[in-house]
Design a protein around this ligand. Structure first.
Ligand SMILES: [Zn+2]
Length: 305
């Protein structure tokens, strides 16, 4: 049985993004779900698809479990949901051809038709070109959900057309262990972000004192970016559920929480995830932090107008 509700706590960010999109009727026509080793990642994708296909969908953030569509989806027997997967090294052209044939017309039952491509990293470049147009200009009501373990394995051309949803790896019981980071690092990161939320671009001038002076090596930057991610995840949690998870005792430091929209926070989270991926790639870390500040500012600017 697949239920998006089941991920409310364990995947609060992903759940928050998608339930928000559903409630505001702002569904993208292509999603890329990055599972990051979470063994429930594919189930999550089906649960999301089910919520989109069920005529009752997500009402008051609660799934329906009784309708015919939901039952058929649980039995893997619903004609408007197609799952594409392969045990081969690459996805075959035949399966994409068949998909395009099946999805060449509007849904027969209900308003939506969804295909899920499991292991989307198996789409090779030659096949991607066929698929791109299909992802980009679908018939009305058609939604693509691509699933991959790690989005760095996915072609950029595909990534740029999808909304990215990154799951947390909860296979190992996740707990925020303050000792792993140390008080000094946590305090400096929170101070840095609070400073940014107040002073915006001016942060770059003080980045050395506020940030770099606390970092001994690349690994510290990695930890700091994890903390930045947790900070904004916490802000998101607060906005969605009225509660902070990681940094409860710093609640007084979050002075700007009410000024940030959910979309603003989500965009910042995506920026941090993207930049964090570069830390181990020998990039100039001063520039990376400047880029973080500048990208945040762009998000804030868009938020105002
Ligand atoms: Zn239903």
């Amino acid at each position: 049985m697949f239920m998006l509700d089941d991920y409310k706590d364990t995947q609060n960010t992903a759940y928050g993004i998608l339930s928000n999109a559903i409630n505001n009727n702002k569904i993208s026509h292509a999603y890329l779900i990055e599972t990051l080793g979470n063994n429930k990642g594919f189930d999550f994708a089906i649960s999301f698809a089910k919520t989109l296909l069920c005529p009752k969908g997500l009402t008051n953030n609660k799934n329906c479990e009784n309708c015919i569509q939901c039952k058929l989806i649980d039995d893997n027997n619903y004609i408007e949901l197609e799952i594409i997967e392969t045990n081969d090294l690459w996805l075959k052209k035949d399966s994409i051809d068949k998909l395009q044939k099946d999805f060449n017309f509007k849904p027969i039952v209900g308003k939506r038709k969804i295909y899920i491509i499991k292991n989307a990293e198996k789409i090779r470049e030659s096949l991607a070109n066929t698929l791109l147009k299909f992802i980009e200009e679908p018939e009305e009501g058609i939604i693509a959900i691509l699933v991959t373990d790690n989005k760095s394995k996915i072609l950029d051309t595909i990534i740029s057309r999808c909304q990215i949803i990154s799951l947390k790896n909860t296979n190992s019981t996740y707990a925020f262990d303050k000792n792993e980071y140390g008080d000094e690092l946590i305090n400096s990161v929170i101070k840095f972000l609070n400073f940014y939320e107040e002073k915006k671009l001016e942060t770059i001038v003080y980045a050395n004192d506020l940030f770099h002076s606390y970092m001994k090596d690349r690994n510290d930057y990695l930890l700091a970016f994890n903390l930045i991610l947790m900070y904004y995840n916490d802000v998101l949690n607060y906005k969605l559920n009225g509660d902070l998870i990681c940094f409860k005792e710093y609640v007084n430091d979050y002075k700007y929480i009410d000024n940030l929209s959910i979309e603003n926070v989500l965009e910042k989270i995506n920026i941090v995830i993207d930049l964090k991926g570069n830390i181990l790639n020998n990039v100039n870390l001063n520039l990376l932090v400047d880029k973080l500040v500048i990208s945040f500012k762009k998000v804030d600017d868009n938020d105002i107008c």
